[in-house]
Design a protein around this ligand. Structure first.
Ligand code: HMG
Ligand code: MG
Length: 298
């Protein structure tokens, strides 16, 4: 049975914008968050507290967090890879922090400059501090369906990282297809690897759409009962340390799929599509969402 309702985290302000080379005003990032919450999103991944030398586009993290007119019932997440990031994030009062590791050693090195085991040691005090402060902790497992440097990634490697994250108290894991090479059955194997350590309600899918597989992979995840997904309005995004990787699956496309299946999201698709068209305009391009384009053309 498919879930009756699905919760989406719009990661557009973070995953979507982090890789943009052109300057984007903090006011536009704040407006994007406002539009997403007005469209009914209950979870938004706003920014990351990472090195501004590595990811200059997220250097305005504190300003963006401070500018958001927070709505009750909406959770705002930020990425914190280490204690330095966590301490910088804390005054912004995130509802959730995200530690991000990888199922591949090479990607861990390129993305966060340390091995998988070292990353867990960096996350450990972050998770402890967040839990003491009552902040929910999500973990991202990058390259769960393939690595730009190592190629195929076995489900056992996803299980290993999920187990390491569980051991340090990470409450939820996102199985991430960083470069979008995954296909439905592989997606199910990777999710099942995460289920070795986490309940279905503690696992989400984070699928980039580089190879056009993300909607199919979403359906494959729904078949296993997964009901939480990271998506990005207008299909914004890409990871700076995964060459050629395009954006996450578009929120509009996932909402259309879900509503068509009678699955609730609480999201107003028209308002969401308007938001996708607006932010794409800010970036000077067309929306990457197929549903967004179809709705615009009507
Ligand atoms: P490092 O060099 O190992 O860290 O970087 P370090 O502790 O040795 O510090 C080196 C310098 O960075 C020092 O500054 C620190 O102060 C500074 P310096 O003395 O040279 O001036 N520094 C920081 N500054 C600000 N915030 C911090 C911070 N930490 C250290 N938190 C680090 C480690 C993780 C910081 C670095 O590698 C980094 O910033 N990487 C960028 C990672 C990133 O943002 N990647 C993209 C997001 S992940 C993603 O997109 C995947 C995901 O979507 C899932 C998927 O699709 O797969 C989540
Ligand atoms: Mg991502």
């Amino acid at each position: 049975d498919y879930p009756e309702s699905v919760a989406l985290v719009d990661v557009g302000p973070r995953d979507g914008l982090q890789n943009e080379k052109q300057p984007i005003a903090a006011a536009d990032k704040i407006a994007l968050v406002h539009r997403l919450q007005a469209a009914g999103l209950k979870r938004v991944e706003v920014t990351s507290f990472v090195s501004p030398k590595w990811v200059p586009q997220m250097a305005d993290n504190t300003e963006v967090m401070a500018g958001i007119d927070r709505q009750p019932g909406v959770a705002y997440s930020v990425l914190t890879p280490n204690m330095k990031g966590y301490e910088a994030a804390l005054p912004s009062r995130p509802d959730e922090i995200v530690v991000f590791g990888a199922a591949s050693e090479a990607f861990s090195q390129r993305n966060i400059n340390c091995s998988i085991e070292e990353s867990i040691e960096r996350f450990r005090p972050v998770v402890e501090a967040a839990q003491a402060a009552g902040i929910h902790v999500r973990g991202a497992i990058s390259c769960a369906l393939g690595c730009p440097y190592e190629g195929e990634v076995a489900p056992s490697r996803v299980a290993r990282v999920a187990g390491l994250m569980k051991d340090i108290g990470v409450q939820h894991v996102g199985v991430a297809d960083t470069i979008g090479t995954g296909t439905p059955l592989k997606t199910q194997r990777a999710l099942e690897a995460a289920f070795k350590h986490y309940a279905v309600r503690e696992v989400s899918g984070h699928f980039h759409d580089t190879y056009g597989q993300a909607l199919s992979n979403t359906l494959a995840a729904l078949e296993l009962g997964v009901w939480q997904f990271d998506t990005s309005v207008a299909g914004l995004g890409g990871c700076p340390y995964a060459k050629g990787a395009t954006g996450n699956v578009a929120t509009e496309d996932v909402v259309y799929l879900l509503h068509g299946m009678g699955i609730e999201t609480g999201i107003d698709l028209e308002a969401l599509a308007d938001t996708g068209a607006w932010i794409s305009g800010v970036l000077g391009r067309q929306t990457q969402s197929r549903v967004g384009r179809a709705l615009l053309a009507r």
